[in-house]
Write a new protein. Structure first.
Length: 230
């Protein structure tokens, strides 16, 4: 009988969509196209949901590194189904070093994390201090996902602003964070733009994202355009 990895890989190839593969490869120029199978996200989520109910899921999660981008995404979706916080945290920590693209990084959001925000904050600080591109990006993403509503504190925005990096994918996440934060916490976030507290590129990119957002009022967008740094 084929092993778990072989069985899962065969299933992924049965779901392959070559047009979608081409589309994905254009979005991830740093990823070898030969490592992309091309499984659409809804099909991959459905597969993960069913796989999570079987012993194969745990075995697959313990197989690292994976060969294919789609296997990494499946891994990420499986992490979301883990109900025990400590187990989920351990599994995320084990997986983060193998993430090599923004798409896989951004899809991981274990539901159990939301029930453990004080403890999670300790890990977020570790991730953001790691110096590893996608680990840092993931830490910022977690602050954006779970700490911009009732759990928000101004110090969290300052944590993100203090991240200094030459990495494009980190700076893009910082810009995304501040655009999202402005929509939810304008009183605390607008000064980051008016006082130019962010790096020039990140400042301008965050404004661009704000202008493109449906959650930002038109008058705020007009004002933000005047704050672009030339």
């Amino acid at each position: 009988m084929p092993n778990v990895e072989t069985r899962i890989r065969k299933r992924l190839f049965s779901l392959q969509d070559l047009d979608y593969k081409a589309f994905q490869c254009r979005l991830m120029p740093n990823i070898d196209p030969d490592t992309v199978i091309g499984v659409r996200t809804p099909e991959l989520r459905a597969f993960a949901k069913n796989l999570a109910k079987t012993p194969d899921a745990r075995e697959f999660i313990n197989i690292l590194p994976h060969k294919y981008y789609d296997e990494n995404n499946l891994h990420g979706f499986l992490l979301e189904t883990i109900k025990d916080y400590d187990e989920a945290l351990h599994a995320v920590d084990a997986f983060l070093p193998y993430i090599d693209n923004w798409a896989t990084c951004d899809l991981i959001s274990p539901k159990v994390f939301k029930k453990h925000l004080p403890e999670l904050l300790v890990k977020i600080r570790e991730w953001m201090d790691s110096g590893k591109t996608y680990t840092v990006r993931f830490g910022i993403e977690m602050l954006m996902s779970f700490y911009l509503d009732e759990a928000f504190k101004p110090e969290y925005a300052e944590m993100v602003a203090c991240v200094k990096s030459e990495e494009y994918y980190i700076n893009m996440m910082i810009a995304w964070y501040f655009a999202t934060a402005l929509a939810k916490q304008p009183e605390y976030i607008m000064p980051y733009f008016t006082e130019c507290r962010l790096e020039k590129w990140t400042h301008n990119k965050a404004i661009q994202k704000c202008v493109e957002s449906r959650r930002i009022p038109k008058e705020s967008k007009d004002y933000l355009r005047s704050l672009k740094i030339k």
